[in-house]
Design a protein around this ligand. Structure first.
Ligand code: IMP
Ligand code: MG
Length: 179
């Protein structure tokens, strides 16, 4: 099995295995199934990174739900930038709906705060967020994070949807950069 990979100019080492990811997702799915058992939430997937997590999570949800997507971008290379761009906006009418946002990673929280802003005036009933990975040391917001798959140190990772300049998403495991 391959334990280190090269993505563009960086080397990465295997850090979270596919089976650990799967277990973390099952736990999050159980909580969501319980918390939303009386509702039909709209699942809001943030493209591109959260697609892998969203697909595996959704297959374990037993609640009636719809899905919709937005595409935002805040990262350039390995740095979060202050500017979050709205590349594909909201298309769904969210009035009166419970919205569950699906994220691949919450780092500084800038993207999350941008999503909260986009949703604020939609007339939705409430918003929660589920993220596969979370970097507590980097997080700068007061907004609560409702469902966390894995808390990780403040180091750059790729795989399972997460990218370095567009590459590295296609691995089943998650890899951490070697400094
Ligand atoms: P935030 O806006 O700073 O919370 O960053 C969130 C976005 O930055 C994520 O949706 C990712 O696209 C990207 N990001 C943050 N940390 C990493 C990482 O370690 N690897 C890959 N992408 C990351
Ligand atoms: Mg990215």
């Amino acid at each position: 099995m391959q334990d280190t990979i090269q993505v563009l100019d960086k080397k990465f080492v295997k850090y979270i295995t596919a089976s650990q990811i799967h277990d973390a997702i099952s736990k999050v799915a159980e909580q969501i199934n319980e918390d939303y058992k009386n509702d039909n939430p709209v699942i809001l997937i943030t493209l591109n990174g959260a697609v892998f997590f969203a697909v595996d999570l959704l297959k374990q949800l037993r609640i009636p739900c719809r899905i919709t997507c937005v595409k935002l971008s805040s990262y350039s290379g390995m740095q979060s930038t202050n500017r979050v761009q709205n590349l594909i906006g909201l298309t769904e009418d969210l009035k009166g709906q419970r919205v569950l946002v699906i994220e691949d990673i919450i780092d500084t929280g800038r993207t999350y705060s941008h999503i909260a802003e986009i949703l604020r005036d939609t007339g939705m009933r409430d918003m929660r967020i589920a993220t596969l990975t979370y970097k507590p040391e980097a997080y700068k917001l007061d907004l609560p994070i409702h469902y966390v798959g894995l808390s990780i140190p403040n180091k750059f990772i790729v795989g399972y949807g997460l990218d370095y300049d567009g590459y590295g998403r296609n691995y089943s495991d998650i890899y951490q950069v070697i400094e």
